[in-house]
Design a protein around this ligand. Structure first.
Ligand SMILES: *[C@@H]1O[C@H](CO)[C@@H](O)[C@H](O)[C@H]1NC(C)=O
Ligand SMILES: *[C@@H]1O[C@H](CO)[C@@H](O)[C@H](O)[C@H]1NC(C)=O
Ligand SMILES: *[C@@H]1O[C@H](CO)[C@@H](O)[C@H](O)[C@H]1NC(C)=O
Ligand SMILES: *[C@@H]1O[C@H](CO)[C@@H](O)[C@H](O)[C@H]1NC(C)=O
Ligand SMILES: [Zn+2]
Length: 470
């Protein structure tokens, strides 16, 4: 009868081995985050997009993503990988001024490489690496900058001339390499550039959207031929949408206030104004309530729902244009047929969201989500502990397959009682205790009743032995 106890203990060992083997690096969930800059959510309805449709059919689609204010490229790309509002991650605009650093930041200049702009937050590629994994980044804003002392394991220096095909090939190489990455980010400049120059409603945009669909098709094709598609979780999203401008809707600030009294730090449609020393009151009162098509905020009075106040890089006066309006200092200012940056509650500012892979449900659609929720969603897929953020996994948990195993989280110092590692430990403990209890009870019962052999255990035994030879 002692056999019985031994067999039950085999069973416990097998459960342990199974759980442990699922922790091996080869089993890491893979995730690729793709951003097609300026892809407004409803572009998908403009032309036929067979490659998007195929992913949506077997994956998930969220119609609108409510992004963060201001609805510009740099703030929103950093939100996607941190789960933080711009005021909390510190990349508050594409063009910034930091009074304590006494420095300017412009997305088109080398000063983006100064880590101090980015260090207020930790992007997901860094967190993934701190958890002992490897990340790869292709042209994602900030991904070629040293942040909190770390670069992505693999990355390319930003170069807009590098083709989409080359970008995809790099990521595939990194996912396939011996020391494979488990997390990749991929950035592409279109359809933003065309949206600005043509205007989002131009019929010429149709060809641009078709081209993006073909690029997605290329990506899927390459993943398939590399044998990566079936195990890859892919998220296709964007930073913002786009709305049409009109030459009839231009506001010139020179009509209201002398341009010598202030500096324009960031341009239309959310103009960041730094008044010259001692000139705040003069500039503010000259602008506020003077034109119904622009709202002038003293930084302290920016509405709470924008979550755009608590950062010294947000300028003392913020002027927001009404949708479709352009604010310039005078006729010398630049005008574009399409633009973004406006109120993040406007549907025209919202990007798309499509996801596909073993972690995601199939054929599931949802009306809306917030872009800050993307970060906890990705952490869950990657099985890493999220840093403090403004999103919530519970808002987007329904996108994930309920049966999808959550990965154990490796032991890192900030792991607390809520961590999966802790839960896993408790579960294993319980399994062990139950296993031994069953063994003990069976042994006692067997002794007392002297019953017939347990045929079911006999059937299981050869399998157990086979497993234990591993
Ligand atoms: C950018 O990429 C293009 C195309 O690959 C290449 O010809 C060019 O030299 C690159 N520029 C820099 C600065 O590396
Ligand atoms: C504000 O916009 C409305 C609607 O487009 C327009 O009729 C009005 O003239 C504009 N006001 C100013 C001061 O430009
Ligand atoms: C526009 O720019 C030109 C050339 O830089 C300059 O001479 C002119 O004064 C500017 N106009 C205004 C209204 O500032
Ligand atoms: C966003 O998250 C950060 C980090 O936890 C926190 O400091 C900040 O207060 C949050 N913002 C809001 C509006 O809750
Ligand atoms: Zn843009």
């Amino acid at each position: 009868m002692e056999n019985c106890l031994v067999r039950v203990n085999y069973l416990v060992i097998v459960i342990l081995l199974t759980v442990l083997s699922s922790c091996s690096p080869g089993e890491l969930n893979k995730l690729l985050l793709v951003s097609f800059d300026g892809f407004r959510w409803d572009y998908l309805q403009r032309v036929t997009t067979p490659n998007f449709d195929a992913l949506i059919k077997d994956g998930v689609q969220v119609k609108h993503v409510e992004n963060v204010y201001i609805t510009k490229t740099y703030p929103n790309h950093y939100t996607m990988v941190t789960g933080l509002y711009a005021e909390s991650h510190g990349i508050v605009a594409n063009e910034m001024y930091d009074p304590s650093l006494n420095q300017a930041f412009s997305m088109n200049k080398m000063d983006v490489y100064d880590s101090r702009w980015w260090d207020e937050a930790e992007p997901l590629w860094v967190t993934n690496q701190r958890a002992g994994h490897r990340s790869g980044a292709v042209m994602w804003p900030g991904s070629d900058v040293e942040i909190r002392g770390t670069y992505p394991t693999h990355y390319l220096l930003y170069n807009s001339s590098v083709s989409f095909e080359v970008r995809v090939q790099k990521l595939i190489d990194w996912f396939k390499s011996k020391e494979a990455i488990n997390f990749g980010v991929l950035y592409w400049e279109e359809p933003d550039e065309s949206g600005h120059s043509l205007g989002p409603e131009s019929p010429l945009m149709n060809a641009v959207i078709t081209d993006i669909d073909e690029k997605l098709g290329f990506l899927v094709e390459q993943l398939k031929s590399a044998g990566l598609f079936d195990t890859m979780n892919i998220i296709i999203t964007s930073d913002h949408g786009m709305t049409a401008m009109s030459t009839e809707k231009i506001i010139e600030l020179d009509n209201y206030v002398n341009g010598d009294l202030y500096t324009i730090i960031d341009k239309s449609p959310v103009v960041a104004i730094l008044p010259k020393e001692g000139k705040f009151d003069e500039v503010y009162s000259a602008l506020v309530n003077k034109n119904p098509n622009m709202t002038v905020y003293n930084r302290e009075d920016i509405p709470d729902h924008y979550n755009y106040k608590q950062n010294a890089r947000i300028m003392p006066i913020i002027i927001e244009a009404k949708e479709g309006w352009t604010i310039v200092q005078n006729k010398n200012g630049t005008f574009m047929l399409g633009n973004h940056g406006y109120d993040n509650r406007l549907p025209s500012m919202h990007p798309l969201f499509v996801a596909h892979g073993p972690a995601f449900r199939q054929g599931y659609k949802k009306d809306g989500m917030r872009s800050v929720d993307l970060y906890p969603l990705m952490c869950s897929i990657l099985g890493i502990q999220p840093s403090p953020n403004n999103g919530s996994l519970s808002n987007v948990q329904d996108l994930l397959k309920q049966t999808h195993p959550t990965q154990p989280i490796p032991h890192i110092p900030q792991v607390r009682e809520s961590s999966y590692a802790w839960v896993l430990g408790v579960l294993l403990g319980i399994a062990l205790v139950i296993g031994f209890l069953i063994g003990f009870v069976k042994q006692v019962t067997d002794r007392q009743l002297s019953v017939v052999p347990h045929t079911n255990l006999e059937i299981v035994q050869p399998l157990l032995q086979a497993d234990l030879h591993l």
